[in-house]
Design a protein around this ligand. Structure first.
Ligand code: NZQ
Ligand code: ZN
Length: 388
């Protein structure tokens, strides 16, 4: 096991009715920016719950944060915070709103052009230099409610870039599983697949000696396989909903990544597909993931076989055979979860996709990805072309 530090200061407040606790969690005597997305919170009653819990607090509202939040939109919130001297942000929404709040939090006192936060991948470690924020999660998927990373798109250049650092953990996150009841089927499917792929990015590498991390990762995968197809059909079932939201958080709150290698190339390539074609984040992962496992088969086959045996109960006469079957099982699962695993089923005019992605990675100096840094630009091209 490699050395690690485990630091996660998020006060994770889980369960039915927990939004009522907001008045104990947000700071008093400061103005609050209530950040939200396109308005789903007005239809499902979450806005009313938040406002009731925070009656008497000084709140400025900022709506319109898009799915795949835009730098251009978020900068408007930054201006409001500066002008109104706001001291706390409450993000009410899915990963996009929470990620947006992280960017806003970092940008308010950033000296210099805030676009550098994304372009230069600035790490934020000083909590006194960011605006504190809390979240009310409405869509389980990204784990953003309990991690310190975020992804923001720059509309002008069609780029999707990351930011983060230990100062960007939420102060608290309220996770009420009943919030998923109003999610469209497509978003429920996305949530399961995003969480599943987060685990795969941190697990499906090579064999190492961190036994517990492997078992934790496998248990999250097995739970998602068990409940994923059911929760999409029955989001009002509290047993399914509560296990789903907890899996999504556990998949990317840092725990399973400690002491082990990780890949993340599926995400890095997938983000480009969202930037280019506006394909939902999870759907890009379903397009890229299995092809990445195929192209990187020699690197990943031992772990693929372990995954096949332990997660899918597969057997076979050789490592290669079990590993191949494990990829097929994964693709079947993605189809069961409503994913279309070819790029051409999700976007049009895709012939130049591999060229564009390779060129962008080259310009950014991303010449080698993956747990062994052996996903070179040639491999990226092969993975993307295999995905057409
Ligand atoms: O905007 P509103 O009106 O709220 O509607 C949203 C949005 O249209 C809707 N929605 C959310 N909660 C709802 C609801 N509709 C009905 N009922 C509810 N309870 O769902 C739509 C999608 O929301 P969004 O926040 O975009 O989805 P998600 O949570 O999947 O977030 C995706 C973003 O997170 C990034 C992705 O790249 C993408 O930009 N990621 C963030 C990560 C992180 N911070 O750690 C890691 C991930 O890998 C991912 O990259
Ligand atoms: Zn993801």
């Amino acid at each position: 096991m490699t050395n690690f530090e485990l630091y996660n200061p998020v006060n994770y407040v889980f369960g039915k009715g927990q939004i009522a606790k907001l008045n104990e969690l947000v700071p008093t005597h400061t103005k609050i920016l209530l950040a939200y997305g396109g308005g789903s919170i007005f239809k499902n009653g979450i806005y009313d719950q938040v406002k009731t819990a925070l009656s008497g607090f000084d709140i400025v509202e900022f709506g319109g944060i898009e799915p795949n939040p835009r730098y251009e939109t978020l900068m408007k919130a930054v201006e409001i915070i500066r002008a109104e001297k706001i001291g706390f942000i409450l993000a009410v929404g899915g990963g996009s709103v929470i990620d947006g709040a992280k960017f806003i939090s970092a940008a308010v006192t950033y000296e210099g052009d805030a676009i550098e936060i994304l372009r230069k991948r600035i790490l934020f470690k000083d909590t006194s230099a960011v605006i504190p924020f809390g979240t009310v999660l409405t869509l389980p998927a990204t784990g953003s409610e309990m991690n310190s990373g975020a992804v923001v798109s720059i509309e002008a250049t069609q780029e999707k870039l990351t930011l983060g650092g230990s100062a960007l953990f939420p102060k608290f996150s309220i996770v009420d599983p009943t919030c998923i009841e109003s999610l469209p089927k497509r978003q429920l499917q996305n949530g399961v697949v995003d969480a599943f792929t987060h685990v795969m990015e941190q697990y499906l590498t090579y064999q190492h000696d961190a036994l517990l991390q492997d078992r934790l990762a496998e248990s999250i995968l097995q739970t998602l396989i068990e409940i994923g197809p059911k929760v999409v059909e029955e989001p009002t079932n509290y047993k399914l909903a509560s296990n789903f939201v907890w899996c999504a958080t556990m998949a990317l709150n840092g725990l399973i990544q400690k002491g082990v290698p990780s890949d993340w190339a599926t995400h890095m390539i997938g983000h480009e597909l969202t930037a280019l074609y506006e394909i939902d984040h999870a759907r890009t992962l379903a397009i890229i993931g299995p092809n990445l496992y195929k192209v990187m088969f020699e690197t990943k086959k031992d772990k693929l076989a372990q995954y096949g045996q332990r997660v899918w109960n597969l057997n076979g006469s050789s490592t290669d055979e079990i590993a191949e079957k494990a990829i097929e099982k994964t693709i079947d699962f993605l189809h069961t979860m409503g994913m279309k695993t070819k790029l051409s089923e999700n976007a049009q005019d895709i012939e130049k996709t591999a060229d564009s992605i390779v060129q962008r990675f080259q310009e950014r100096g991303w010449l080698a990805l993956g747990e062994k840094q052996n996903i070179t630009l040639d491999k990226v091209r092969e993975i993307v072309e295999m995905s057409y």
